[in-house]
Write a protein that binds this ligand. Sequence first.
Ligand SMILES: Nc1ncnc2c1ncn2[C@@H]1O[C@H](COP(=O)(O)OP(=O)(O)OP(=O)(O)O)[C@@H](O)[C@H]1O
Length: 255
Amino acid sequence: MTTNILEVSDLTMRFGGLLAVNGVGLTIKKGQIVSMIGPNGAGKTTVFNCLTGFYQPTAGKVVFSGEEIQNLSGYKIARKGMIRTFQHVRLFKDMTVLENLLVAQHQHLNNSLLAGLFKTRSYRKAEQEALDKAVYWLEKVRLLDDANREAGTLAYGQQRRLEIARCMVTRPSLLMLDEPAAGLNPSETDELKQLINNLRDEHGISVLLIEHDMKLVMDISDHIVVINQGTPLASGTPEQVRNNPAVIKAYLGEE
Ligand SMILES: Nc1ncnc2c1ncn2[C@@H]1O[C@H](COP(=O)(O)OP(=O)(O)OP(=O)(O)O)[C@@H](O)[C@H]1O
């Protein structure tokens, strides 16, 4: 049995004349934290969009939990356990913090309209489980005291944590975070690092991270993939990537 949760090979995405992603490959083993780095416009978010079904890749193969998914819709891929956040926070800002987590779970529940109307026993049980899970994750991301606040009134760092909780209530096996540290101060970034490590260590989650904060990337990653102008440039451990002259020139040298 494979220990790889994700195997991507020759991933290519073309927008008209622009080759945004050109033959990218990456592998994530179960329980690994893998980061994808590269200069602005390198194609990182486009890779995310291809993996999660927002875009249909022009070419390439994506195997998730042993199954090819490159032709599936985003909805089906999410139900298989690949869940992402976005570069810019996307919460239901007029709903409360708690409601955000309940809505996320309803999108994954299989209850019929009739079961909801008549509030059957199985419906009530599912509702209670959803509530318990929301409370569990709110505690984990230190937002339980804010459960009844409108999500839009939270500080930015709290909104970022709520986004992660919203992913986690759907029980993903692969969590994909698009620049989760953007806009966070150093102590919030440190807290984020602990949270991501905890998701892996206590919940067995694999993580794919896009991030520009090099300290976070170097501290947290088991493996790093570097892309430049859509093309794979290097991959390896943080140590190997940090010392790779091509990476230093293309990316770190820009800092
Ligand atoms: N829907 C689209 N249509 C046309 N071009 C696109 C589209 N999405 C992305 N691109 C282009 O693809 C290239 C890669 O963009 P992408 O956002 O994936 O880079 P990135 O590495 O995530 O950048 P950043 O670090 O700045 O977020 C860019 O040239 C971008 O303009």
